[in-house]
Design a protein around this ligand. Structure first.
Ligand code: FAD
Length: 494
């Protein structure tokens, strides 16, 4: 007999509810624990998983395999080409390992829920127990409802309820232990799995050797790395996070999002750790920086609650149906300029180039770039949502969809559509000295002073042109007016 844990977006040994429960069950039964991960190229395709993220996941699996091997737990990784066959393949593997109990953590996206429903059916037919646990949110979707019993669609009251719930149910922050060591016989019985290799990236997600080297140094994988990043952030930066987090040049945020997305770190661990650095156990008390950071981590839960309650957001629909009728421009040249960071708006271009180079973009810049696409270029926000997903190392459907909904005013808890970011003011405010711009837009390195934010209009056109920097593809004032009119017209038709 054996017990199996199926790893998905929870690639860690510590503070992993399903893994811990699987381990306890195996121990009680006196049988070994086997861990499994399925690489699904079709899922990567359907979910637009960025190659940089696939690379990060595969490198993480290498580390995880070694960590589990130290506990005599084998990690089996297989590429299954057709995603429809995943439930059947899992049943075959369970049979091969003579396993009667499967564990996994729940994912809330629609495709994943359908796959799990299929697997539940197969397990029932085959006499296998399947335990799916709610682990990915600190407070599970469905736990928080407003006074009228409804799901919150606005963050602030939801956040108040989230905090109150955690204070009332302190055990939601309890730590799940790492799995116990397997009986030593597991080594012999599963020797083939111990000797097996992590597959290389599927052909649809390959990266070049240069990218491999770059991403390897930018995004070291693994749980220990995530924990050391967390400690460093809490030691050095967290206390000032409220004042510094919006400035994209300095390293002021935690840069943990890739780890939360791969599951090398749980948000539970992150919040517990932040709390332990504070002078109070209250999550909304004590140091302002720590409080603000916790409230940002909570956004991740918030967007999962939204997704779980309104699953149609997974199907390319705006949260608010009346926003379906906006007439978008489908201007390929504008879209190409936005993607490659050639819009003539330095802050937008710096942001897009950071994304293209690192698979990461600072949060303030995500808002500026997303708003620019939807409002200044009037391009369908779903094109931008897709591009982000295809390039982010931290691509997370719920957070990305939520961020785009916010920025395009089509989502839950939106910016009102008439509040349009002025990219120049944003640039002057958050990259005052132009350091972020100069880092990512080398054509403008020679441009000094305030002209960095808008070189052609502020007397630095010659330098900008010499460097090969493009002129603005749209003008702010006209774009703003066009946007207001178009949104108004679309809503009128709703
Ligand atoms: P920190 O500032 O250190 O915050 C800590 C953690 O809190 C983050 O790692 C993240 O898990 C969470 N968090 C912070 N802000 C948000 C937020 N607004 N929404 C949800 N979670 C948040 N985040 C993703 O993880 N994946 C995405 O695909 C993603 N797409 C986005 C798209 C748009 C248009 C916007 C505006 C935001 C998006 N975000 C996304 C949220 C946010 O930009 C990133 O989480 C953040 O920049 C990651 O950097 P960090 O780890 O240094 O964050």
């Amino acid at each position: 007999d054996a017990v199996v844990h199926w790893f998905k977006c929870d690639l860690r040994t510590k503070d992993n509810k399903a893994l811990d429960t699987a381990s306890e069950t195996a121990k009680e039964k006196g049988v070994p624990l086997v861990a499994m991960y399925i690489v699904s190229p079709q899922d990567f395709e359907a979910h637009l998983t960025a190659p940089v993220r696939v690379d990060f996941i595969l490198r993480t699996l290498e580390v995880l395999k070694e960590e589990l091997a130290m506990l005599d737990i084998p990690l089996y990784v297989e590429t299954v080409e057709k995603r429809k066959t995943i439930p059947d393949r899992i049943m075959e593997l369970l049979k091969e390992w003579n396993a009667r109990h499967l564990f996994a953590n729940l994912e809330y996206e629609v495709d994943e829920l359908r796959r799990e429903a299929e697997l539940v059916r197969s397990c029932l037919e085959n006499g296998v127990a399947f335990d799916v646990m709610a682990d990915t949110c600190i407070v599970s979707p469905g736990e928080l409802t407003s006074g009228t019993g409804k799901q919150y669609s606005v963050y602030t009251p939801w956040f108040r309820a989230w905090i109150a719930y955690i204070h009332e149910h302190n055990d939601v922050l309890d730590l799940f232990g790492p799995p116990s060591k397997n009986p030593s016989s597991a080594r012999k019985r599963f020797s083939k799995i111990f000797d097996s290799k992590i597959p290389s990236a599927p052909s649809n997600k390959k990266i070049t050797d240069e990218e491999k080297t770059r991403f390897k140094s930018m995004w070291p994988p693994g749980e220990a790395e995530a924990h050391s990043r967390l400690s460093k952030f809490l030691d050095d930066r967290a206390r000032k996070y409220d004042e510094t987090r919006n400035f994209p040049f300095a390293a002021t945020t935690s840069c943990l999002s890739a780890h939360f997305a791969a599951g090398t770190l749980s948000t539970r661990t992150a919040v517990r750790a932040a709390r332990s650095y504070n002078s109070t156990t209250k999550l909304n008390g004590g140091n302002q920086g720590l409080q603000t950071w916790i409230s940002e981590v909570a956004w991740r839960d918030f967007y999962r609650h939204v997704l779980a309650h309104w699953p149609y957001v997974c199907m390319n629909k705006p949260f608010k149906p009346e926003y379906t009728n906006i007439t978008w421009e489908y201007n390929d040249e504008h879209f190409a300029a936005w993607c490659s960071g050639q819009t003539g708006y330095p802050i937008v271009d710096a942001a897009m180039r950071q994304l293209n180079h690192c698979g990461y973009m600072h949060n303030r810049c995500r808002m500026i770039a997303a708003s620019f696409l939807a409002k200044h270029l009037l391009l369908d926000w779903r094109m931008g949502e897709r591009y982000f997903m295809e390039h982010l190392v931290d691509g997370d459907f719920a957070s990305n969809n939520g961020g785009w909904g916010f920025s395009a005013s089509t989502g839950v808890d939106p910016q009102p559509y008439f509040r349009i970011f002025n990219p120049l003011l944003q640039s002057e405010r958050f990259d005052k000295e132009g350091e972020y711009i100069r880092k990512w837009v080398p054509e403008l390195r020679g441009v000094g002073g305030n002209a960095i934010h808008d070189p052609y209009e502020r007397g630095a056109g010659r330098e900008a042109k010499k460097g090969g920097y493009p002129e603005r593809i749209v003008r702010h004032k006209e774009s703003r007016e066009r946007c207001l009119a178009r949104y108004k017209e679309g809503l009128g038709r709703g």
